[in-house]
Ligand binder design. Structure first.
Ligand code: NAD
Ligand code: WQD
Length: 340
């Protein structure tokens, strides 16, 4: 019989791509999302790609009573917990909102998993837990830095809550995946990232500039100690990321994981902001109107992953290059523009 995976935040950016890969791998998928940062029509995109619409619950996971209906209706074999708020600046302005949502939902999920004997959890963590590391590339043993934002803190605390819960139970196992910078979209251009309002992140902003919705891309800082003066990041294709979640679920269900494991998910390659702009132009033939401006407060100069642990112990390796990330992102943006 098919195993059932509950994907929280499954209509969102990374969640929707993961639902596609889970279905392709033969899992039954149940999605829960309150649509606070996504639209229900991403389910139609998923259905067009896979010919299967996942069972969907529009529920705020802060509400434990409502959320329990999912567990009482379905025998959930594993949970992938994506649901969270993720805007760093907003979390600084409204920390309680972030602690309530990102930690409240996790606590409810853990309590419900215990109550309904679900033993397997994959948690969305972030490279933000490393801050600006002294040594690059970052391994999973790189020291965690004091969080630079309440958002980042919710990921650090989230990992600690999971670890403590595992220590108190003889059943729960979990894998925390620390994503670097997810970008790109499904090859079909039918699902992708849907930022609300003016985007804060580089690629969503760049796409709106190229699409004509925004005037100019500001490149934050040209005087960093990097090869061209702009910040360096490890951009990772969202489909590669989605596939890592399927492998993590397989590993947990096959009882091949340790009780608690952490993996960095990146390509291991660092690209500067100017590298990314140049690659986008080469991949799409579009020209980007950009200007180098002052640094953005809080940005780390450079970070990229040591991926050996994920390669060797998760059995996963990113396959797609920056060009593919950017051409699929542009395809998704064109899909959005046609629809508006
Ligand atoms: P997203 O906003 O597209 O998806 C998150 C989904 O969770 C949204 O659909 C939102 O509506 C839903 N959600 C939020 N609060 C909820 C609640 N209380 N109840 C039910 N649903 C709720 O974001 P994403 O980029 O897909 O990120 C997914 C996860 O990955 C998040 O936990 C995020 O912190 C983490 N992450 C993202 C990045 C990134 O750059 N995108 C990097 C590292 C980690
Ligand atoms: C990338 C680079 C900017 C916008 C954030 C979160 C992190 C994680 C991933 C969730 C940086 C530059 C950006 C723009 C620019 N998310 N930039 N002009 O800051 O690396 O990471 O997303 O866990 O926690 O902080 O991503 O896309 O905002 O920036 O020049 O308009 O692009 O300075 O160098 P970041 P980003």
């Amino acid at each position: 019989m098919k195993k059932t995976v509950l994907v929280t935040g499954g209509t969102g950016y990374i969640g929707s791509h993961t639902v596609v890969e889970l279905q392709a791998a033969g899992y039954e998928v149940v999605v829960v999302d309150d649509l606070s940062n996504s639209k229900e029509n991403s389910l139609a995109g998923i259905q067009e790609i896979t010919s299967t619409k996942p069972r969907f619950y529009k529920i705020d996971l802060k509400n434990k009573e409502l959320s329990s209906e999912i567990f009482s209706t379905h025998k959930i074999d594993a949970v992938i917990h994506f649901a969270a708020f993720k805007a760093v600046g907003e979390s600084v302005a409204n920390p309680l909102h972030y602690y309530q949502n990102n930690l409240g939902t996790l606590l409810n999920i853990l309590e419900l998993m215990k109550q309904y004997d679900c033993e397997n959890l994959v948690f969305s963590s972030s490279c933000t837990v490393y801050g600006q590391p002294e040594k690059l590339p970052v391994t999973e043993d790189t020291p965690i830095q004091p969080a630079a934002s309440p958002y980042g803190n919710t990921k650090q605390i989230g990992e600690e809550i999971i670890r403590d819960t595992i220590n108190s139970s003889d059943k729960l196992s979990s894998i925390s995946l620390r994503y670097f910078n997810p970008i790109g979209a499904h090859d079909s251009g039918l699902i992708g990232e849907l930022p609300q309002g003016v985007p804060n992140n580089l690629v969503p902003y760049l796409l709106k500039v190229v699409g004509g919705e925004l005037e100019q891309l500001s490149v934050f800082g040209g005087d960093y100690n990097t090869k061209d003066g702009t910040c360096v990041r490890d951009y990772i294709h969202v489909v590669d990321l989605a596939k890592a979640h399927v492998i993590a679920v397989d590993k947990l269900l096959d009882k091949k994981s340790k009780r608690y494991e952490v993996f960095n998910l990146g390509t291991g390659e660092g690209y500067s902001v100017l590298d990314l702009i140049k690659t986008f132009q080469e991949a799409t033939g579009e020209t980007i109107n950009y200007k180098i401006v002052d640094r953005r407060p809080g940005d780390v100069e450079q970070i990229f992953a040591d991926t050996r642990n994920a390669n060797d112990n998760l059995g996963w390796k990113a396959e797609r290059d920056l060009k593919n990330m950017l051409s699929t992102a542009w395809k998704w943006q064109q899909h959005l523009m046609r629809k508006s």
